[in-house]
Ligand binder design. Sequence first.
Ligand code: CS2
Length: 485
Amino acid sequence: MPVVKRVPSTGLAPEIGIVHLGLGAFHRAHQAVYLQRHLNRHGESDWGLCSANLRSNRILVDQLREQDSYYHVAEYRDREQVTLREIGVLREALYVGEGGYDLELLLQRMAAPQTRIVTLTVTEKGYCLSPATGLLRIEDPAIAHDIAHPQAPRTAPGIVLEALRRRRVAGLAAFTVLCCDNMPDNGQRTRQAVSALAALQDEGLMQWVNEHVAFPGSMVDRIVPAMDGESFTRVEQQLDCHDRAAVVCETFSQWVIEDHFPLGRPDWEVEGVQMVDDVRPFETMKLRMLNGSHSLLAYVGLWVGHETVFDAINDADLAHFIERYMAQEAAPTLDMPAGIDLAVYANDLKARFANDSLQHRLGQIAMDGSQKLPQRWLLGAQRLLDEGRGLACTALGIAAWIRYCTQPLPGGSAHLIEDPLSATFADLAGRFEGTSLVEAFLDLDEVFPAALSDRAAFRDAVQCAYDELARDGMGRVLGNFAALN
Ligand code: CS2
C-alpha cells in the first residue's frame, strides 16, 4: 500500500471568476489543481471555477452535483507515494452535451461581470479547425449550425463567441480566452476559430473580437489517463476514498502561460506556473518530444501487442526507438531559450512514461490521430527535410498509423477507430491497398500540409516504411533500429 499524503481543500471561493469549457479528467487534474493551490494559500479567493462538459458524460456532472462539486485528485509519484488532493474550488459543474441542457446557464456565467477568464480543454477537434492549415472548417455541420443559430451554439468557438456578443451588448469588457489544448500556437488558433466564425455571423462583432479579446497561448502538461473501473477501485481501496468523480494522475505538472490578461488573473506564478512572453518554444518542445513520442508509442506499441505506455516503454527495442526519435528527429527541430537542456527533458520524459502506477492506455492516445499528427510529427518533419536530416522514425510512425486506421492489429480483432476522419479512412481502406493506400493517405490535405506531401523524399520514406512493415513485421523492424547503434 502506498504512503498517502492528504491535502484538504481549505478556504472559500464564493465567486466564479473563471469559466472552463471541457470538464474532462485533464482539466480536473490540471487547471483546477493550480486554482485549488491558489485558494489554499489565500484562504479566500474570487477565482472560483465553473466548468462545463460540452459533450459526453452527463453522469460525471450529476456525480459532481451530488458531491457539491467536491472531488479528489490522486497524484502518484510511483506505487509507494501518492498525494490525495481535495478539490473544492469548483463551484459549479454544468452539462451542455446533446440536448443543450445548461447552455443558457453557461452563457450567463460567461457573460457575468465577475467572469474574467474563460479557459478551454475541448481537445484538438473541438476547435473545428483543419489540422493541417488551421482554418475554420465551415463545412463542419456543427459550425454550419452555429452560423445559422448563433444564439444557440453547439461548438466551443460558437459558445465563446455568443458569450462575447452578450458582453459587448451589455457594455462589459471581454474576458480573456485561455486555450489549454495541445495545439501549436494554441492562443492564435483559438483566436482564428472564434474570429473566423464571427466573420460569418456579424462583421461588427468580429472587429470587436479582434480589437478587444486577448487569446494568450499556453502549454499544459500532466499525464492524466482516462478513469476506468480499475482506477476507481484503486482510489477506493488504496486511498480509502469513495469518489466517482476522482482522477488519477502523475505527480509532475507544468503550465507555461503567455502573460496577457487585461482583466487580471490569479497569481499563478506562486504555484510554479511559468508566465512568459512567448509560449511557442515550450509548446513546440512538448508537442514534438512528449506528444510525438506518445503517438509513436501508441501506433507502434499497439502493433506489437502492448496495451499501456508503461508496457511499451519497458520494451527495450521500443524504448531505444523512442530515444532515437527524440534525439534525432524531435530535438533537432527545436529552438529553445537558453537554459533548457533537451537531453535532460528527454530523460525525464522516459522516466515519466515508466511510472508504474498509471494505466495510461495506448488506445486512448491513438484516438484522433488526424488531429494530432500535424503538430506532433509533420511540422517537425518539414524541418528535418529542409535540413537534409533523416526521418525514419517519423516515417515508421506514419506507416503504423495508416495500418492502424485501416487494418486490424496483428493477432487482434478489428478495433474501433475514433477519429473525425474515420469514415474517410474506411472508404480509402475499401478502395485501395498497399502502395496506393499509402498514396491516398498522404494526399489527405486535412492532415498532410502540401509543403510536406509534395516532397518525394517524404512520400518515399513513408512508402518504404510501409513496405518494410508489410514484409518483415513490426518486431523485426524495431529490432533493426535497435541494431543501429
Ligand atoms: C496524450 C496526451 O492522449 C494523448 O494524445 O499524448 O493527452 C498527453 O498525455 C498529455 O498531453 C500530457 O500532458
